[in-house]
Design a protein around this ligand. Sequence first.
Ligand code: KG4
Ligand code: ZN
Length: 355
Amino acid sequence: NRKKRVLGIETSCDDTGAAVVDDDGNILGEALHSQIRNHLETGGIIPPIARDLHKEHIDRVVTLALERANLQLQDVDAIATTVKPGLPLSLMVGLDYARTLVKQSGLPFIPIHHMEAHALTARMIEPLEFPFLVLLLSGGHCLLALARDVDDFVLIGKNIDDAPGDAFDKTARRLRLKDIAGFEAVSGGQAIEQLAKGGNPRAFDCTPIMSRHSDCNFSFAGIKTQLATVITKEEQRQNVQDGGVLPNMADICASFQYQVLRHLAKRLQRGLLFCDLKKLLPSRNRTLVLSGGVASNQFLRDGLERMCAHYDCRLVAPPPPLCTDNGIMIAWNGIEKLKRGIGFANPEGMRVEHR
Ligand code: KG4
Ligand code: ZN
């Protein structure tokens, strides 16, 4: 009567991830290959290149995760794999690979929704009952949802333009952060967070975003463009030439990050009021789970935690390596479904989905 174990495989974007997790949430083995360095060189993800890199690394990554767990494929109880949403070419690599493993082993297959996996990772770390709110902030999405059960999510709000991670990345690129000598950051978001530490968050203001929208949606394009205008003005004022670096870069990074926090907090406030109004959440002792790559930002975490406290809401955010894309969250989602006996499917003929 041993513990159940699931092998999880993730290839939805630019990380090839695999992990084996058991039903107590122990991570038995994990491996991850990030393509970020390749994509930094090309200035963004080029789907066929991402696909080729997944193909190149997937076998090694999955084998390594099993090796680290000291397990053979036959020792796991199911194979869980992201099938949506994501880049179709990237998703196909994971699904094709899983299909081969399923054929070889006869193991059950569990297709996984990438965003649901992000949302439920917190339950692997600590006891957390449904329902709870989830705010997912990544390079491709901004989603505010109510998690009612393992397979029951209600969408409350989403981004109407750029995703927050995208706004971070574009602002970092506009500031040419990767050209700063001696400065190492693995993503635009991380670069901005680090530089912002030395800056004044109120140095540059923005006009409020979506203040007249009576919904819980988000918009980050306006913050990005307003800060881009600030950057252009500052470059002219300080006579910084093409390829040069602004001396007050830290103030710009801090201001951008502060505006993102302000917008997130405002929309989240609306979301909490909406849940109260519709009685979707208990009015006390409630929880907001924060996840996705952008949720590894400590400034945003701290700010949102303070805001939540005013609403008798506890903020739970997985540690940064579990916020960014990884195989562990996929394996854990597989465990959650396996425990309930839900979600099994035949990978033959299955399709991947962009959305
Ligand atoms: O969830 P994720 O790993 O991949 C998907 O988009 O699915 O998120 C990646 C995004 C990138 O846009 C990256 O710049 C952003 O998360 N990011 C951050 C930080 N670390 C990563 N943004 C803000 N602050 C950070 N510390
Ligand atoms: Zn993600």
